[in-house]
Write a protein that binds this ligand. Structure first.
Ligand SMILES: Cc1cc2nc3c(=O)[nH]c(=O)nc-3n(C[C@H](O)[C@H](O)[C@H](O)COP(=O)(O)OP(=O)(O)OC[C@H]3O[C@@H](n4cnc5c(N)ncnc54)[C@H](O)[C@@H]3O)c2cc1C
Ligand SMILES: Cc1cc2nc3c(=O)[nH]c(=O)nc-3n(C[C@H](O)[C@H](O)[C@H](O)COP(=O)(O)O)c2cc1C
Length: 468
């Protein structure tokens, strides 16, 4: 090694150490900010009975509404405690007097990931008497699913069976219906004895500009997938977001009904990137939002969107852990966000820098149909492999051989390695289809690691999913 190379290597390590310090500091700042919000809600008089506000949320809407609920009650002088359902046990319910709960539904009427332990352990556990408990329940859902508000209903049924008393009839919210949310606010105002609750404003949509669109899979057996780049309209700054976050896009033909997309870039990229697959309706016409984004919208078109924090899929405390990144199709978006974030944190985005020793490695398992046209961003992934940021990339193409082969098969074949990585501290991130991928991957991970161990990883924030 020449002296110049040694100096360069030392400079890289120093730069990386400074970046890590800055990230850790920013992370602590955010944690303090979150703690301040919660502390501000604790009862002013210690010992005064607080109302519990709790939530079961996958992509953050229930969490946001719970925070607004808690803040509104606090402003009206009511002592409040705010916590995810995952942090509430039977002992808390036995002591509580009032419980306001906002619960979303996932899968096919299932609880959000973070509420699975509550459903399995508390709701399926011993019979308990909750006749002292007064409950208000807001169930979030979407009527297009067969099991509308399934988890909210199950939770409601469980509470009522145990004797809890409804403060008012459960409110079911179809796709953030503003009228249903208005009813919830009215009940809160009534309970808090005020008619003066502050307004809840949905974060405004902002105008962005479609800068570029690249068709990633010409010739594919699947529907077109496009990589989009968007920048705020002139005069507006790029907002801060973290890898794992989502955007909500409102297509001109669907006002008030935004669609979620996983962000595929980091703010250091200077633009917001999405991977959008054109969906097709049963009558053959393209999906409202994806059809517009991938086909109809001209380059330069104005796109109304908001960036949405997705705390369940962010890096959280996993910034220094090895990452196993598993996904399919447009699920590469959320995984790419995390890969780019790791490089950005080390100051190595769009450089030839090799992964420094102190940075934990990543392993990508990605599934699509055919290698010749569906290996999205293969050059980028290959470059990260060469430079050691990824220590392994398993491309799994379902239709390149006689037998169908998916990511869960590759995962099962590498069971020993998966165990080794997890024992070495790895976190697992899954992004893409709920149907056909995430469920199978979950089953496979259970078989490899054990059901309890996987549940513990989820509870520790080391198993995170952005699946749809
Ligand atoms: C957390 C999350 C993250 C996501 N991330 C991504 C991502 O990164 N990339 C991505 O491409 N997608 C992503 N999605 C999916 C995306 O939000 C949209 O659901 C998808 O683009 C389809 O929306 P659309 O408006 O194009 O289709 P819509 O017009 O809403 O149609 C969607 C489907 O509904 C059915 N349908 C609806 N209405 C009718 C009708 N009148 N007649 C017949 N059939 C109908 C059809 O099966 C159709 O395919 C994500 C979703 C979630 C929840
Ligand atoms: C993959 C997926 C599956 C869903 N399954 C259901 C369902 O079975 N029943 C239902 O009522 N809503 C379902 N929903 C809608 C969500 O419950 C609803 O969007 C809710 O507002 C999300 O809240 P959250 O952001 O707090 O997770 C589903 C949404 C997604 C993305």
């Amino acid at each position: 090694m020449t002296q110049a190379q040694i100096v360069q290597a030392l400079a890289t390590v120093l730069c990386y150490a400074l970046m890590c310090g800055a990230i850790a500091w920013r992370h602590r700042q955010r944690q303090r900010e979150a703690q301040r919000k919660v502390d501000a809600l604790l009862p002013a008089t210690p010992g005064a009975p607080a109302w519990w506000v709790t939530y079961a949320s996958q992509t953050g809407q229930a969490e946001e509404l719970a925070l607004q609920t808690a803040q509104a009650l606090h402003t009206a002088g009511v002592p409040v405690r705010l916590a995810p359902l995952s942090q509430i046990g039977l002992a808390d319910l036995e002591k509580a007097d009032r419980l306001l709960c906002i619960a979303a539904t996932y899968g096919e009427g299932d609880p959000p990931d973070s509420a699975v332990p509550f459903a399995r352990q508390v709701m399926a556990g011993e019979a308990v008497n909750l006749s002292h408990l007064h409950v208000g329940l807001l169930a979030l859902g979407d009527q297009t699913y067969a099991n509308y508000c399934g988890f909210g209903r199950a939770l409601d049924g469980w509470l009522m069976d145990r004797g809890a008393q409804a403060l008012f009839e459960r409110i079911d919210v179809d796709k953030s219906d503003p009228l249903a949310l208005q009813r919830w606010r009215q009940h809160l105002a009534h309970l808090a004895g005020t008619n003066d609750l502050p307004d809840w404003e949905a974060p405004a949509l902002q105008a962005w500009r479609l800068q570029a669109r690249v068709h990633l899979n010409p010739g594919s057996a699947g529907e077109p997938v496009c990589h989009l780049a968007l920048a705020p309209e002139a005069g507006h700054a790029l907002p801060a977001w973290q890898a794992g976050d989502l955007v909500q896009v409102e297509a001109p033909a669907a006002p008030g009904e935004p669609r979620d997309y996983s962000i595929a870039s980091v703010p250091e990229d200077g633009a917001l990137h999405l991977l959008v697959r054109q969906s097709r309706r049963t009558d053959g016409s393209p999906g409202v939002a994806s059809g517009w984004l991938t086909q109809q919208a001209d380059i330069g078109a104005s796109v109304m969107l908001r960036v949405r924090a997705h705390s369940g899929f962010r890096i959280g405390d996993n910034a220094n852990r090895p990452l196993i990144l598993i996904g399919n199709g447009t699920g590469l978006a959320g995984l790419r966000g995390h890969m780019r974030a790791r490089l950005a944190a080390a100051g190595a985005l769009d450089t030839d820098v090799v992964r420094p020793e102190g940075v934990a490695p990543m392993w990508l398992l990605f599934g699509e149909r055919n290698a010749h046209c569906d290996a999205h961003h293969r050059d980028e992934v290959d470059a990260w492999l060469r430079r050691g940021w990824l220590s392994r990339a398993d491309w799994v193409f379902s239709r390149d051989q006689a037998e169908r082969r998916y990511v869960q098969h590759a995962l099962a074949e590498s069971a020993g390695k998966v165990r080794e990585w997890v024992e070495g501290g790895a976190a697992i991130y899954v992004c893409g289809s709920l149907e056909g991928m995430a469920g199978e991957v979950d089953q496979t991970l259970q078989a490899i690691l054990g059901e309890e161990a996987l549940q513990q990883l989820a509870a520790d924030g080391r198993y995170r999913r952005d699946v749809y």
